[in-house]
Design a protein. Structure first.
Length: 210
C-alpha cells in the first residue's frame, strides 16, 4: 500500500451526513490507496447508512475502504476493513468476530508498534509524525527519524506502515521517500468541490501510482 490513505472525518466536516458523503465520493474518485470513514459522534444508524454508500463508491473506484473503530458496522456496510486504536478491540478480537476484515491499528511509540507487529495486522499506523490539530489530545510527535526506523522494522515483517499526523502536500514527499503510506485529514480541506484535486496531488506526492 503506497500513496494517500484519506481519512474522511465526519466531525471535522461539520457532521452533516450528505456533505460527508459528497466529500467521500470526491475522495474515492481521486483513487487514493485507501479511504477511511471516521465518525466518532454519529449514532450507529447514520454511520452505517453513510458507510454503506461510501463503501460502494470506493469499491467502484477500486479503493480500499476502512471504517474507524466499529468492526460490527464495517461488516454490515461491506467495508474492506476496520481501523482500531489502542483502546478499541484488539486485532485478535476483531479477527474472532470478523475474520474477513482487513485490520489496521494505531501505534504511537516503539512498544505499541512492537505489540502490533506481533499481532500481524494488515497495516500499522504510526504517529503523529508532525504536530497535528486533528485530535484534541494528540500523542507526542515522533518525527521522521522514528518513522524511518519503524518503517524498516515493519517492512522486514511484511507489514505496511501508514504515517499519520500533520501531513500536508509540502511534507508528503518526505513520507513517501521512507516508503510509508500517508494518512491525511486536515490537508484534504472541507470542500467537496476541491477535495478531489487535493487528494490526487497528495496521493502522487506520497508515492502513489498515477
Amino acid at each position: 500500500m503506497r500513496g494517500l490513505y484519506a481519512i474522511v472525518d465526519a466531525d471535522a466536516l461539520g457532521g452533516e451526513s450528505e456533505l460527508v458523503l459528497a466529500f467521500a465520493y470526491a475522495v474515492a474518485r481521486a483513487r487514493p490507496a485507501a479511504m477511511q470513514l471516521r465518525a466518532k459522534s454519529w449514532c450507529a444508524r447514520v454511520t452505517l447508512e453513510v458507510a454503506r454508500a461510501a463503501a460502494q463508491c470506493a469499491r467502484d473506484q477500486d479503493v480500499l475502504f476502512f471504517l474507524n473503530d466499529r468492526a460490527d458496522l464495517a461488516l454490515l456496510c461491506g467495508a474492506d476493513g476496520v481501523h482500531v486504536g489502542q483502546e478499541d478491540l484488539s486485532v485478535e478480537q476483531v479477527r474472532r468476530i470478523a475474520p474477513r476484515l482487513r485490520i489496521g491499528v494505531s501505534t504511537h511509540d516503539d512498544a505499541q508498534l512492537t505489540a502490533a507487529l506481533e499481532q500481524r495486522p494488515d497495516y500499522a499506523a504510526y504517529g503523529p509524525v508532525f504536530p497535528t490539530t486533528s485530535k484534541q489530545a494528540p500523542d507526542p510527535v515522533v518525527g521522521l527519524e522514528a518513522l524511518d526506523r519503524v518503517s524498516l522494522r515493519a517492512r522486514a515483517a511484511g507489514i505496511p506502515v501508514v504515517a499519520i499526523g500533520g501531513i500536508d502536500l509540502e511534507r508528503a514527499g518526505s513520507i513517501g521517500a521512507l516508503g510509508a503510506c500517508g494518512a491525511v485529514i486536515g490537508a484534504l480541506g472541507t470542500d467537496p468541490e476541491g477535495v478531489g484535486a487535493r487528494a490526487r496531488a497528495l496521493h502522487l506526492a506520497l508515492g502513489g501510482s498515477g
